[in-house]
Design a protein. Structure first.
Length: 99
């Protein structure tokens, strides 16, 4: 299933991770292992550093393996949301029966 994962990194933890190299290492390790189809990095609200990743997750049992590195290394909060691209939306809309 395609998911959108939001990773919010607190400012102080992000600053520490930037200085000790674990910020780039954590992100690079994730990207190498999971191979997201898209990665975006923004500033957002009080969290400051925020990343969005879109990738295929085989099933929900992968959530700890994917998320724990961000919890442990960056003190981040994480949200997983099912997501569709345009092709998925078209397929889904085609399944709706018109009454």
């Amino acid at each position: 299933m395609r998911v959108l994962m939001k990773v919010s990194i607190p400012v102080e933890a992000g600053n520490k991770a930037l200085n000790d190299g674990s910020l780039s290492g954590t992100i690079a390790g994730f990207v190498e292992e999971v191979r997201p189809e898209a990665s975006y990095f923004v500033t957002e609200g009080a969290a400051g550093r925020t990343a969005y990743f879109v990738f295929d997750m085989k099933d929900s049992s992968y959530m700890p393996w994917i998320g724990e590195r961000f919890f442990t290394n960056l003190n981040a909060s994480i949200e997983f949301k099912p997501a569709m691209n345009l092709e998925d939306l078209k397929t889904g809309l085609g399944r709706i029966k018109k009454g």
